[in-house]
Design a binder for this molecule. Sequence first.
Ligand SMILES: NC(=O)c1ccc[n+]([C@@H]2O[C@H](COP(=O)([O-])OP(=O)(O)OC[C@H]3O[C@@H](n4cnc5c(N)ncnc54)[C@H](O)[C@@H]3O)[C@@H](O)[C@H]2O)c1
Length: 483
Amino acid sequence: MGHVCLTPREKSLSMRIAVVGSGYVGLVTGSCFADIGHDVVIVDNDEERLAGLRSGAIPIHERFLPELLARQLGQRIRLSSDLQAAARECDAVFIAVGTPATDSGEADMSYVESVAREIAGALDSYKVVVEKSTVPVYTSQWIRTVMIRNGGRPASFDIASNPEFLREGTAVSDFLYPDRIVVGVENERCAAVLREIYEPLTSGEYYSRADAIPRPDRAQVPPRLIITSTRSAEMIKHASNAFLAMKISFINAVASICESVGANVQQVCEGIGSDSRIGSRFLNPGIGYGGSCFPKDLMAFRAVAKECGYDFRLLDEVIRINEDQRHRFLRKVRSVLWTLRGKRLGVLGLAFKGGTDDIRESPAILLVQELLREGCHISAHDPAAMDRAREVLKSSVVYAAGPYEAAAGADALLILTEWEEFAALDLDRLRKLVKYPIVIDGRNLYDPAIMSAHGFSYYSVGRPATLPEDVTAEIQPDKRQIS
Ligand SMILES: NC(=O)c1ccc[n+]([C@@H]2O[C@H](COP(=O)([O-])OP(=O)(O)OC[C@H]3O[C@@H](n4cnc5c(N)ncnc54)[C@H](O)[C@@H]3O)[C@@H](O)[C@H]2O)c1
């Protein structure tokens, strides 16, 4: 490698990186690598997307991404649709294309395979090909095989696995202030390249810069670099997502029992989450997880387990509880409103979680579709996901300009995504706008006592329903009925 004689700072400046895919992961990865000092080419085969980016249109809603792109586009970041040319001029090629689920639940690896085929024709010097996409175990071996079949000389490249743990909504901060960086490699030469790429973070140098992206409260710097085998790194990503999904389903199951026995899941979470062995994060009951990762990654992990002879039934149950959670919420809406046909519902939130415009596998969208099937009229608002939602829901709902507009005249207001904006709404104003002061909260955004003090009948997940003091007509749903 030609970088070993350079100082750490010079080394970090000298890395040339291609990132293939300009989606949530590719665009964030490329922008962050540029911001820590590397020269980056972001490659996509979607010319329209690239043209949009060139003209300043940022295709995803992600905090700090506009700042990074404004800083680095045309400086340390170039955009290209020519993968082979980009691979030729780079030391490392990060694959960040999609790995969606097939009908049978396995990961569709055809995008990764096509990238591997193309890179094989561009190996005029030693390169490290890095899996950034979430992929099943053995993928690094398959990439190697495909590259050799397509003319790549085995000595001219190595494959590394560098799973990405960023969360949409906080993707840039997560990337730059990770809990850990996992690098799966098979030899020291390859490990050295990855170490060098992450050196501005692992040395702490990036964090001392005046223009560094602000450090999140919880972040520990510098992050730890964990070097493993490629198979272990592949397993770490699938197992992490499966564990987090399990935590969500676990607390959702506990919330259901809380509803039946009249306990308050928020208090239960505080009690169990303060055990340092358990931790309080991801103990948020709601309408279930969604998004482009957990649902497909769980199915892919289950398929991997099955393939190697292990029946991972725990994952079946995690998935079942998650789906049931949506149905339970729907039953709750029915039990509060009695009949649904013709009811006018205000819906706050369409994205699969707060802070993002991503609606892939969004439980909010699935619930809206179910409510439409039941004959409800829906007026919805989401701070970022309206355009994407329009592509799916077409004209079946009214797209309200803001949360208050969505609530105006509503028989009930449903909270389906945990946007901070929604948590800060003016409750007196809201109360005057709705037809009936009923809020059914799938994200536990509000304090039940405050809601009842503002005159709302308030139903949330795993906490007792609260009614305003002066209301006697409201029927308290039978706890056993809604559970
Ligand atoms: N979104 C997340 O929060 C997240 C987090 C961690 C890991 N991941 C994983 O990262 C991977 C990418 O996810 P994403 O959400 O960024 O996907 P995405 O769908 O947003 O983006 C994928 C991009 O790859 C491009 N692409 C596809 N084939 C290509 C090719 N042959 N050449 C060049 N570009 C190509 C597409 O045009 C698209 O822009 C997935 O495996 C996902 O599971 C996602």
